[in-house]
Ligand binder design. Structure first.
Ligand code: HEC
Length: 143
C-alpha cells in the first residue's frame, strides 16, 4: 500500500469516527433534554436559549382546578347517580332543602364531611377552594 493511500485511509477512518461520535452526542443530549422536561415540575424548566427571567413561574396547567374539573374527577362518582343518598347533580328537587341551609354550610359539609358525605369528597389532592368550587358548580347546575 502506498503512503498516500494509507494517509487517505486514516483520514477517512478519523472522519467517520468524529461524525459518529458527534451524532451520538447530539442524540443523547436531545434525550436528556426530553427527560429533564418530563420530570421537571410544570413551568419550572428553563432551557438554554429561554428568556428565564421573563418566563412565568407557574404554567397555566398548574393553577387550581375548576369546579367542573373537580366535580368530574371526584364528586360525580356519588353525586352523578345519587349513591348512598347523595343529592344528584342536576336534580333540583334533591338540592332545594340543602341550598336553603346556605352556601357556607354546604361548603363546610363538603370540606369536613356530613353523614355519608366524606370529607373533601374523597379528593386527597384538592384544596379547600377547589372543593368549594365543586360545590358551587353542583349547586349552580342543580336548581
Ligand atoms: C362516596 C360518595 C360521595 C362522594 C365521592 C362525594 N359525595 Fe357529597 N355527598 C355524599 C352523600 C351520601 C351526601 C348526603 C349526605 C347526607 O345528607 O346525609 C352528600 C352530600 C353533599 C353535599 C350536601 C351537604 C349538605 O349539607 O346537605 C354537598 C355540598 C356535597 N356532598 C359536595 C360534594 C363535593 C363537592 C364532592 C366532590 C369533591 C362530593 N360531595 C363527593 C356522598 C359523596
Amino acid at each position: 500500500m502506498s503512503q498516500a493511500r494509507k494517509i487517505i485511509g486514516l483520514m477517512v477512518a478519523l472522519g467517520m469516527g468524529v461524525l459518529a461520535s458527534s451524532f451520538a452526542f447530539s442524540q443523547s443530549a436531545a434525550v436528556n433534554e426530553a427527560i429533564a422536561e418530563r420530570i421537571a415540575p410544570a413551568g419550572s424548566t428553563c432551557m438554554s436559549g429561554d428568556d428565564c427571567a421573563a418566563a412565568p413561574v407557574a404554567a397555566a396547567s398548574s393553577g387550581p382546578r375548576t369546579g367542573e374539573e373537580v366535580y368530574n374527577t371526584s364528586c360525580n362518582t356519588c353525586h352523578g347517580a345519587g349513591v348512598a343518598g347523595a343529592p344528584k347533580y342536576g336534580e333540583a328537587a334533591d338540592w332545594t332543602d340543602r341550598i336553603a341551609k346556605g352556601m357556607d354550610t354546604l361548603h363546610d359539609h363538603a370540606i369536613n364531611g356530613f353523614n355519608a358525605m366524606p370529607a373533601m369528597g374523597l379528593c386527597a389532592t384538592c384544596s379547600n377552594d377547589e372543593v368549594i368550587a365543586a360545590v358551587d358548580y353542583m349547586v349552580e347546575n342543580s336548581q
